[in-house]
Design a protein around this ligand. Structure first.
Ligand code: PLP
Length: 445
């Protein structure tokens, strides 16, 4: 709750000097404390400031007026993060694990924690250490099915991680050996599910087929304190029934293996809302899961859990980028596919809602005179292009700002330093999310 602004490594020296003083200010932000965290210098403000009086969080227009940012500003809406977490925690019929890879910003993890989230899905030792350092009492689930031995050792003996995903007998033996026959292991077997209606299919990379899953479950049962089955339907799943179908496969595997199952983990895949890609409400996904889970007829004490990444954070964040050049229907901006906008690039080709903000921070809400633009990012690489289309007023000009919304998932997590770019400022803002407007949708149906 306390992190207000982060400055990148290049600004470290300057801010370090300021940090050695007890407090200083950036614009109107009064900064009381700061710390170094990986590549970022984290500047902390006084907690009480916004915890007790959230109205003092600045809106985006005011943020622009004060910062006049020349690097992308990653805007986090604390209220939205907390509301989404509370929605998942109250509506999902089981435990909710946040998939840390989707957005590992410590300030976001802290907001999730303060909303009551206690379980984290990690896949690497740095994710594990980050979560363990921030929240000593969190439950960490190591859900990567293929792990280095040294990392299993550190997870088990130094970071109190007890639950491990696996999708092969070799991995089972590895976990047993490294944990020295740990007698408190949760062993969660990842199974393959059919290729689904998702934008990012994950069925090929991981997951045991039904025959192998049965073998692994039978062998793992003798050592596991908790034995489970997990799957991932693929990211940005648009079809609630995918989960019920996957749980049908789970049912067949359980019947065949004929061993007691303690945990069913339905993975992530819950969708965000993007222009041209408006999914059914999350509640329909939860209902599909509930039906599929009930149909397994497992004992009452069986744990059901999910691992949302995207749906937890996508709506709560936006970035403010600046226009560097305009040529016909192309706008050159200071962020791109090697920065926060990887998924807008030629590989994933995601679209995001946008709006124009003038240099003085004035928000242009008008819907007339809109023109479809493509964006080019700041690097010299030809893959640094985002075809959108992004609809903005035709009189947009150099030095104007553009807010890109729905950008919380797989954005800042993928940012690189390629070509010397990658600086970010992180700001907490008071605005409501920049939503996909219905007109974006109509044009793409
Ligand atoms: C990436 C990932 C998730 C999160 O997926 P989303 O589609 O972002 O919800 C959950 N579980 C595992 C094992 C993952 O690899």
């Amino acid at each position: 709750m306390d992190i207000l602004i982060m400055q990148p490594v290049n600004k470290r020296t300057e801010l370090n000097k300021k940090c050695s003083k007890s407090s200083f200010s950036i614009g109107n932000y009064s900064v009381q404390n700061c710390s170094l965290d990986g590549n970022n210098l984290t500047v902390l403000t006084n907690n009480e400031l916004f915890l007790n009086t959230p109205s003092q969080l600045l809106p985006i227009d005011e943020t622009i007026r004060q910062l006049k940012p020349t690097v992308p500003v990653f805007c986090i809406r604390p209220k939205t993060i907390e509301a989404t977490a509370r929605y998942f925690l109250s509506k999902f019929p089981g435990n909710v694990l946040y998939a840390v890879k989707c957005n590992a910003e410590p300030s976001i993890l802290k907001l999730l924690w303060s909303a009551g989230l206690r379980h984290f899905d990690c896949a690497s030792i740095s994710e594990i250490k980050l979560v363990r350092t921030l929240f000593p009492s969190a439950t960490i689930h190591f859900m990567h099915p293929v792990k280095p031995k040294s990392v299993i050792f550190q997870a088990y003996f130094n970071n109190n991680v007890r639950d491990y995903a696996l999708d092969s007998i070799e991995e089972l033996h590895k976990i047993i050996k490294v944990t020295k026959n740990g007698d408190d292991l949760g062993l969660i077997v990842r199974i393959q599910v059919a290729e689904n209606m998702t934008l990012h299919d994950l069925s090929r990379k991981f997951g045991a087929n039904a025959t192998d899953a049965v073998t692994i479950l039978r062998e793992a049962r003798s050592i596991a304190k908790r034995l489970g089955i997990c799957f991932h339907v693929g990211s940005q799943c648009l079809e609630p029934e995918c989960y019920e179908n996957a749980l049908d496969i789970v049912k067949r595997i359980i019947n065949e293996a004929n061993v007691k199952i303690d945990v069913i983990d339905v993975g992530g895949g819950f969708p965000g809302t993007y222009p041209g890609c408006i999914p059914p409400p999350l509640g329909e996904f939860f209902q599909s899961i509930e039906r599929g889970f009930r149909n397994l007829n497992l004992p009452k004490e069986t744990t059901l859990q999910c691992e949302p990444g995207r749906a937890m954070v996508s709506e709560a964040c936006s970035i403010i980028v600046q226009v560097l050049a305009r040529r016909q229907d192309s706008i050159y901006i200071n962020d791109g596919t090697y920065g926060n906008l990887c998924d807008a690039g030629p590989v994933v080709h995601n679209r995001y809602p946008v709006r124009l903000l003038r240099q003085n921070g004035l928000i242009r809400a008008e819907k007339n005179n809109l023109k479809a633009f493509r964006f080019y990012g700041p690097t010299c690489d030809s893959l640094d292009v985002m075809n959108g289309p992004f609809e903005l007023p035709d009189d947009i000009e150099v030095d104007d700002y553009i807010e890109v919304g729905e950008i919380g998932a797989y954005s800042i997590a993928l940012k690189s330093q390629f070509n010397g770019f990658g600086e970010n400022i992180i700001a907490f803002v008071s605005d409501d999310p920049l939503k996909v407007v219905p007109s974006d949708e109509n044009k793409n149906n």
